[in-house]
Ligand binder design. Sequence first.
Ligand code: ADP
Ligand code: MG
Length: 284
Amino acid sequence: MAELVLRNAVSAAPLRGPGAVAQPLRATVPQPLLQVDGVSLEYRTPERVVRATHRVGFDVHAAERYVLLGPSGCGKSTLLKAIAGFIPPVEGEIRLDGRRVTAPGPDRIVVFQEFDQLPPWKTVRENVMFPLLASRTLPRKEASERALHYLDKVGLSKFADVHPHQLSGGMKQRVAIARALAMQPRVLLMDEPFAALDALTRRKMQEELLALWDEVRFTLLFVTHSIEEALVVGSRIALLSPHPGRMRAEINSHAFDLHSTGGAEFQATAQRIHHLLFEEETSV
Ligand code: ADP
Ligand code: MG
């Protein structure tokens, strides 16, 4: 994925906000890969309007592991769906490589929480191949080879020809991750992918995701409501307030991994995040 990083390092000075003027090219400061700029999202039903997020803004750079952390109902999934291109913002803008996101595309792939995201009538390999074929990214033979390559990366090459019902929940999530990575998206979007797993499997999956990131260096946008998971998985964390979600703070979590969970600094940061997430808005 070195190629992605190189392309991304080309700076194209975006316009920011109304009345902003185009800035000259800045060769030394790479443009963020993903820009979420003052984004408000709403659900409209005939009876009422539900505001899911209010003017949320953050930047994600190439090869970051950016986490959206906030309580249930604060709009994390809605934000991810908007970035994926399924929901248009009512306010603000989402840009990928400086271009406004207006529709879904193969450059943004989502891994969901549910284990049933794999069609059961396709084998594991066919499941991983499917988006490559459907988007005409690769012909059949190359798609099969790439599927096997990514199945190997998640430790499932032996299971390439079985059907999803023969796999555990953790294995199904590994297939979903392989399928997403095989598309080589600009950003991998994950919506609480490990939330339905038991604690031990969840920890193992976090470890594997980090090992995979170390190897492939993809750009990750990861949603969770678990403070511990955010600190372990993320390199930076956006804290979102309860419904409707607003940015509370951004936390640097580079220093933490699975081995730091018991440590004093980890616990202190977790406490600080808890306080930031749940203190009254008036005292912010
Ligand atoms: P999170 O993922 O952080 O738990 P969501 O993004 O799923 O939160 O939801 C944000 C808010 O939008 C919640 O108040 C939720 O009830 C509301 N919401 C989500 N989906 C819909 C929908 N399809 N129609 C109406 N309201 C919705
Ligand atoms: Mg959600």
